[in-house]
Design a binder for this molecule. Sequence first.
Ligand SMILES: [Zn+2]
Length: 242
Amino acid sequence: MKIFHIPAFTDNYIWCIQKNNKLAVVDPGDSKELLNLIKDNDLILEDILITHHHFDHTGGLEDLHNLVNGNIFGPKESNKFINKFVSENDEIEVLGNKYKILETPGHTLDHISYYSKDINSVFCGDTLFSGGCGRAFEGTYEQLHNSIQKLNGLPESTLIYAAHEYTIANLEFAYSIHADNAIISHLNKAKKMISDNEITLPTKLSLEKKINLFLLENRPEHTKLLSDLDWFKELRERKDSY
Ligand SMILES: [Zn+2]
């Protein structure tokens, strides 16, 4: 089994899971590159996993849904092409591996993440990014904070497949808040990766605990009088206007 990405729009990644000639994809916002990949390599599109309703995560379904051999999984009422609605703690099987559904609302109210212990990975859409997190568009800060803590409770070795390449901008913001060695050293590493045409994802939860301020594991000393939620909220608001 291999996992690779297809870039879409300006900074989206469509994650592809391939086993032999079968393919599963996460959040196909666009279909063009995927259709070429499937055709050129004679692949069978087995399943599609949707994390939330935003168009840059679902836009490809119109062209792809007829090709799907298995299921299009996703949260209820998020998109008309989803045929298997999933919610908290449901377990699904994709290309022979089990995935547990974690409801992670905040960025949107319908947002879910797909965690597979079998492959030590979580596909978390726009909830958690490397060095940052999604905006609270539909949900409250409290919902987003709780969702991020749910992801923070996964095993430290979990690989985090986020849906956007925002790492450099996130770490520049983080360093402006907290001049921490782990943050600046990973920022420099991420800049090198991007200039070498590599991507900064997936990231690992153990690394994020050191560089991602939104997990609240690495907190500037002077913020420790604030409650977790108050500091999270302040951080998110400061990032929104950064
Ligand atoms: Zn989104």
